[in-house]
Design a protein around this ligand. Structure first.
Ligand code: ADP
Length: 356
């Protein structure tokens, strides 16, 4: 009996020490930290908590436009998985909402979840920095667009006058200037698209369109803009006879982007293959190249903003925004997109669009 009491006391002391240790750790963190029981009732808070909440039992006030704490708890308890959520919480002293990253980690024992450990990390400065960068991008691209439009118009005017005379050196220079201005125009259009995405203003103008006609236009554009003359574009798969509902201008932009990349990132190859397939409820379009390929672990990141694969970024110029815009366009069409690639052998970028 005495032995049993002793061992129970020892176990209790050990548990107490562990909890103490956890609380000391939470107290030493630079974040707001807390512990809650399996039902989401707060059992411990560190000192920083009081910058955002007057008492341990109340969670900091969350911005009305963000996910509420009740919803976060419901998700946590339902999933029993670690969770991350960005939200704005109100600082008591300033009365201002600051962006925080809430992380919740379940603490499990043999029978299931015993408690949760949570932290709020202040990411407000980072968020404000991102916002300033986006605003700068938006203003800069708008400001660049206006003078460029008039330069383009003047070049076209001179081109028209000059083309009346036969093959002069000046006509060649003007044509080159025109090409470069068009490149600049495309870059600025991409930058403008980025700021539209950030502001939720990249709107699709959807109506039924003929995909084969679109493909024809794209191939013609690629033919005129591609300076690798010996590159062939093959076609494999079914013709897309059904009309697709979408923004033809934006889908054309995606396909041109896939082709431009396929050509740019396969300087030694002599062909690119366009794959098309029609299933009962979707169309598939893929562009396959035989170029440098993408390392396996970097494949999924190519669709994120400003991402460029380091290995190739020195050799090939770019801003790392084309695929990000493509992904957004396809998402807005409720389609899917992706990439298959083998390093040194080639890459296929594809998208699918629903047909209904
Ligand atoms: P950019 O080409 O201007 O850098 P993108 O958003 O179009 O920007 O592409 C992002 C990155 O993905 C590129 O920098 C490149 O590293 C990689 N990438 C895109 N297309 C291909 C391709 N066909 N083959 C190999 N790498 C590619």
């Amino acid at each position: 009996m005495q032995l049993e009491i002793e061992s129970r006391k020892k176990a209790q002391q050990e548990l107490h020490d562990k909890v103490e240790h956890l609380h000391t750790t939470l107290e030493s963190l630079p974040q707001v930290a807390f512990r809650a029981d399996a039902f989401g009732r707060v059992t411990f808070v560190n000192k920083r908590w009081f910058q955002y909440s007057p008492c341990p039992a109340t969670f900091p006030e969350v911005h009305p436009d963000d996910t509420s704490m009740e919803n976060v708890w419901t998700d946590c308890i339902d999933s029993s998985q670690p969770m991350e959520q960005e939200m704005r919480i109100k600082e008591i002293k300033s009365g201002l909402f600051r962006f925080h990253l809430l992380r919740m980690i379940p603490v499990k024992n043999k029978t299931g979840i015993k408690s949760w450990v949570g932290t709020f990390t202040d990411i407000d400065d980072q968020k404000q920095e991102e916002k300033r960068k986006d605003e700068f991008l938006s203003i800069a691209s708008h400001e660049l667009k206006t003078p460029l439009t008039s330069i383009k118009a003047y070049i076209q005017l001179v081109e028209r006058i000059e083309s009346k005379q036969t093959e002069s050196a000046i006509a060649t220079y003007i044509s080159r200037a025109h090409d470069q201005v068009c490149k600049l125009d495309n870059l600025i259009a991409d930058l403008l698209d980025i700021s539209k995405i950030e502001n939720g203003k990249l709107k699709m103008n959807k109506k039924p369109f003929d995909m084969e006609k679109l493909i024809e236009n794209v191939l013609e554009t690629i033919h005129y803009t591609n300076n690798q003359h010996d590159l062939k574009i093959e076609r494999q798969g079914d013709p897309i006879v059904k009309h697709v509902n979408g923004d033809a201008f934006r889908i054309e932009q995606v396909l041109i982007n896939f082709f431009t990349n396929a050509i740019k990132y396969s300087p030694k190859a002599d062909k690119v293959i366009l794959h098309t397939a029609v299933k009962s409820n979707e169309v598939y379009i893929g562009v396959q190249d035989f170029g440098i390929g993408i390392p396996e672990q970097k494949k999924d990141r190519v669709f994120t903003k400003f991402y460029r694969v380091e290995e190739s970024s020195v050799q090939f110029q770019g801003l790392g925004i084309g695929l990000y815009i493509c992904a957004e366009i396809i998402k807005q069409h409720h389609g899917t997109y992706g990439v298959h690639s083998t390093l040194g052998e080639g890459t296929t970028f594809y998208f699918t669009l629903p047909i209904s």
